[in-house]
Each structure stands twice: as C-alpha cells, then as structure tokens.
Design a protein around this ligand. Sequence first.
Ligand code: NOJ
Length: 583
Amino acid sequence: MKVVFLLPLILAICAANSIARKNKDEPEKDWWQTTIFYQIYPRSFADSNGDGIGDLNGITSKLEYIKELGVGAIWMSPMFQSPMYDFGYDISDFYAVHDEYGTMEDFEALIKRADELDIKVVLDLVPNHTSNESMWFQEALKGHEKYYNYFVWEDGIIDENGNRQPPNNWLSHFRGSAWEYREEVGKYYLHQFVVGQPDLNYRNPDVVEEMKEIIRFWLNKGVAGYRVDAVNALFEVDKEKFGGKYPDEPPSGKVNVDPGSYDTLQHIYTKEQNETYYMVYDWRDVLDEFKAKDGMSRVMMTEVYAAIENVVKYFGEGDRQGAQMPFNFDLINDVDSTSSAADIKRAVEQFLTYKPVDKDANWVVGNHDNSRMATRFGPPLVDGINMITLLLPGIGVTYMGEELGMVDGYISWEETVDPAGCNTNDPINYVAYSRDPERTPFQWNAEKNAGFSTANKTWLPVADGYETLNVEAENAADRSHLKLYKALADIRQNKVFRYGRYESLALNLDVFAFRRWHKNDAYVVVVNVKGNDHIVDLEYFENVDGKVQVELTSVDSPKNKGDKFDAAALPVAPYEALVLKVK
Ligand code: NOJ
C-alpha cells in the first residue's frame, strides 16, 4: 500500500534527477550567453542623410546585414546629445538623442526594427563624467547648489611666485592636469578625461540616484542593457581620510613613458576604489528590477583596463551580482603580431583561470579605442583571430569591420580630430595616441566613400584598400573573411561550442591549437600565428587520433572543406587557420 502511495514521489524524484543530469550536460543558457555582441560606432557605420556622419537611421537600414552575420545583439557607442569633444563620451543631455544622429523617434524606430529581427540593443552608459555644456554643469557654475554638488571641486594651491596651481598632480587620460579652474566658482573641477568632461561626484547620493534614473529611462525604451564606460574611474579616494585634501598620486616608475602622459603616475587614488564595485552591483539590481517584470535578462558589460584580479571583481561578490561581462581585454593588451603560440595560449587562459567558475568568459579583440585587430595582428591572421574569439568557450564580441578584416586608416595630422591625438600637439608622434585610425567609415562597397555616405567629405576619411575590402566584394567572393565569419557564427551554435569543454596547446613556437568537445563530438581549431610552414601532431590532444576532417579554413588556406588528414601529421601553411572535425 505504502509503495503505491510512494510511487508518484519516486517517479517525480527520478524525473527531476534525469532533468538535473541533462541540464548539467546542456544547461539552459540565457540569450546573452550564446550570442555575439557587435559593437557599432554610430558616427562611422552608415550615413542616411548625406552629411558625412553616421546616424541612427543608417544603423536601422543595416540591421538586416547584422542579422545575416549571425549576430544577436548590438552595442552602440554613445548616441546621446553631446558637443562631441570626445565624440559622444561627453554627454550634455543623457535623456536625449544627439541631433546629428537623429531624433527620439528614429531611436524608437531602430529599437522596433531590431526587435522584429530579434536583435537586442545595448547602449553605452557613461557614468563617470558629463559634458561641461550639460545643464548640470552650467547650473553648477551659476552656483545652483544641487548641481554644484554633482561635480568634484577643489581649491587651487598658490605657489611661491603667487601663481595659482592645480590642487595636486592628478593627470587626465588625455594629458596634462586633471583639474581645470573656473573663475565663476573660484575652484578647480576634476576631469579625468578631456577638459569638457567634468567628473561626476559619486559620493553625492543625488548623482547616484540620477544615474539610476538614466539607466531606467532607456531600459523603459526597450534596450537590453549597457556597456559601462570607464567604470573604474567612478570614485576618487575619500579626501576626508587625508585631512580634506586629495593626495598626490605616486610616480608609476615605468620606464619609456612619455613625460606628460597619464602613464607616468600610479593611479591609486583615482581608480579602482572599493566603492566602485558596490556601485556596479547596485546597477545590476536596477537591471534585475526589469527582469523581474518581464523575465528578460538585461546585460551589463564593464569597460575596465586593469589587473585581472580587479577585472573579475565586477562579476559580483558573495550573493551580490555584478556585470555579466566584465570585458576581457587580454587579447588586446597582451598579444599582437609579435606573439608566439605560447603567448596566445597564456593570454587566452588568463581570463579562463581568473573568472569565477560559474561565470562566462568573453572575448574582445578590438574596439573604437584600440588599433584594429587586422592591423595589430596583421591581415593574414584575421581569420585565425576570428576563429579564436568566436569558438573559445564564452561570449563573442566583434567591433564593426572585424568580420571584413578592416584595417586602421591613415589620418594626417591636419585631419586628426580625436582629442587623444590632438592634445599631443605633436604632428609627428600623435599617431601613437590618436584613435581616429580605428574609427574610419565602415566599408560597404567599392563606390564613393565606400558606400558609407554620399557626402563630399566624411567626418574621417575612408581607409585605403576599401575598393576590395568591403561587404559587397566579400559577399561576392568564393572565400572571404566575411563568409568565414558567418560560418563561424553558425558553427558556434553547435553543442560542442555551446556546451563543450576546452583544452589548448602550443604545438610549437607558431601553432596554437585548442580542442572543444561535448559527449562524443569534438573539434580542433588550429591557428598558425607566423609565416612558417609546419607539420603538427594533433595526437598530443587526448582522444584525437586517426583522421581529422577540414570543416572551415582561413581565406588563403590551400585546404578545402571535407579534406582529410592524419591527425599525427597535419601540414599547416603560413598563417593558416583551420576548424577540424575530429573523427
Ligand atoms: C572609454 C571610451 O571607450 C573612450 O572612447 C572615451 O574617450 C573614454 N572612456 C572617456 O569616456
């Protein structure tokens, strides 16, 4: 009798167990865990009205292209009202669309079209600073107390000659003092970036609340989350602990740094203050308020160039959740065309090693602040690097143009507009600082301005070589970076890449390889990072023997899909990259 009563319970437990086991092998993943995030720099993607500047309607008109890439989410660099001293990272109205980019209706139309195509839209939140043309700063200058307290003010120092000097030695990322004097209030304000980007004061609860309102405002318009700009600069040290004066930062001790540059100091009082992490966890709570309403996760990606131990703190702490994607910049910071296979292995493994076991890795190889991937690694490695970023375990991030192998453009001193370049005042060495080269217009076709704009002059010139390196040409070619990219986005959906485990080897100085496997399926990805021929033995990987079969190849590979090779003696051509099915 008892057994009869217990039977449903026993069956239920068995069913639950089998579900649990299945879920362990193939856990259900959320939208952001399996997608590719595609970064759009709005000024340079597509110009719909012929003024030489990209805009929102331009982006909307190209969403189908993004869909065809196999990308499920875009993140757009700032499209808010701005005087453009730092090309949108100086926001004068956080609640409005920048007029050169369109209107709020254009933005809503973009969201609507993206929704129809099932593409999530992520915006850029710039919480550390505003624009000196914002109403907040203008009111602060007029002595409006509420807004005065939005910013970080400090008295100057009078030197022995009776001249007023900045309060301390803090430097701007873009050179020179991080302090600017304002006659109107008789004080200096802090700007860790350009003079036109006054820092907000996160020790003021009103600022904290205002930023949460901004987050909610755009979430209410349907965005799926935020990339958070310069987040480790949010808090400065609490000056009350230093007798009410912000202390000098110590010298970095770095050799070979340019005397006026930001790198000459160790930023122990302006970066990575502990309060920053808790602010990020609070923002995650705001995102989760929205998830609680409709079940859809809103995502946060944090932009932090820091030691890995600090980068991973943004994931959360204890039961506080933080960003799902603290950006992993190791493949930007630590490797380039001079790197060996072992360097690549080490760079790849750093994030995998330090991230919490239950969190996802993400792979970033470029953005609007760094020389393009094809330039840093060299054009022959474009396919190999795209294979690495899209087939490693974790979330793929692509900066627009990486799918084409776009390279940095040449921008003369006269044409340079980026403050990081202009502020050097150096017509020779500005190139080492300017970010204009990676921001040149997107290359759609071989026509005027690469199909980006019908204007006679675009805000930055189009990069050389666009006649052959563009979407139209690459779609028409038998083999192209673009076609491979789409194939990678496709194969990424295979369970091996979605759920599979990972191991990697530097097979010799030049050949980096990794194996992904799930149940009885396995692939090996092989990338030769140098221009030498090799024969490699893939049997150093466990469970790889007999034949391997070519699934995908880099553009110049002599191999074809379906070709079979002995795993123990695979010939690898210079810069060749392969995805091989293990039999
Ligand atoms: C990081 C952004 O990516 C960069 O473009 C900008 O200049 C700084 N933060 C300041 O907002």
